[in-house]
Design a protein around this ligand. Structure first.
Ligand code: ATP
Ligand code: MG
Length: 220
């Protein structure tokens, strides 16, 4: 579902590459934890996979058609991202001027799914993350844990091939973090989606199928 080959990235003006010669893959339905020290490049790697930052060389094959996001132009990259990737950010990135239900529906709009299907799809996800009845509410009235559950519902609603989660529970207290994470993994397993989850929590990593450690010398 995701195959990264010989990937390298150096930030502009940085003296040495952040990473180079990275090789790994995530199988269909597999959930992989990505750990490593702060600043080692985990978020940069995730952003490269999502096509939000550009890698310098190597390839990143995504989805059943194994399209290489490194080689696509901007519009093809955006289309692949909209169709095949669900992204859960640490800071939620829930849009404040849309209701909870509208936020969850954004990927359906981006994928061109008929609007007649949106209410049922959105409702199913709201129920799935324990937020039945929250659809008409504004994000400002939700707690951090509730907002992160909205972000998880939004990442899954279009049934992407790949979920990328960058410290999805980093902003939550430990108990809420555990609950939200369990929910993310449950939904991901249910949808048979592949996932790469960046985390600093050993507990989170243990809940995944496998752990990759990013170090300054590469992946372990
Ligand atoms: N646009 C940029 N230009 C220059 N340097 C950058 C840029 N973005 C990130 N960096 C640097 O690249 C390194 C890796 O950053 P990144 O955010 O990928 O680390 P991380 O592993 O996600 O860390 P954390 O666990 O703290 O989130 C850091 O030293 C950071 O300062
Ligand atoms: Mg990071």
């Amino acid at each position: 579902m995701l195959t990264v080959t010989d990937l390298a990235k150096r930030h502009r003006r940085a003296r040495r590459p952040l990473f180079s010669a990275l090789d790994f893959s995530v199988a269909a339905g597999e959930i992989v934890a990505l750990v490593g020290e702060s600043g080692v490049g985990k978020s940069t790697l995730l952003n490269c996979i999502a096509g939000l930052e550009t890698a310098d060389s190597g390839s990143i094959a995504i989805g059943p058609q194994a399209l290489d996001i490194v080689r696509l132009d901007e519009s093809a990259r955006a289309a692949l991202r909209a169709r095949s990737i669900g992204f859960v950010f640490q800071a939620f990135h829930v849009l404040p001027t849309l209701t909870v239900a509208q936020n969850i529906g954004v990927p359906l709009l981006l994928c061109g799914i008929p609007t007649s299907e949106h209410p049922a799809r959105t409702q199913a996800l709201l129920d799935g993350v324990g937020l039945a009845g929250f659809g008409p509410r504004w994000p400002a009235s939700l707690s951090g844990g509730e907002l992160q559950r909205v972000a998880i519902a939004r990442a899954l609603v279009h049934r992407p091939a790949l979920i990328l989660a960058d410290e999805p529970t980093g902003n939550l207290d430990p108990r809420t973090a555990d609950e939200v994470l369990a929910l993310l993994l449950e939904r991901v397993r249910e949808q048979q989606t592949s996932a790469l989850v960046v985390t600093h929590s050993q507990h989170v990593a243990q809940c995944c199928d496998r752990t990759l450690t990013l170090t300054p010398d590469g992946l372990r």
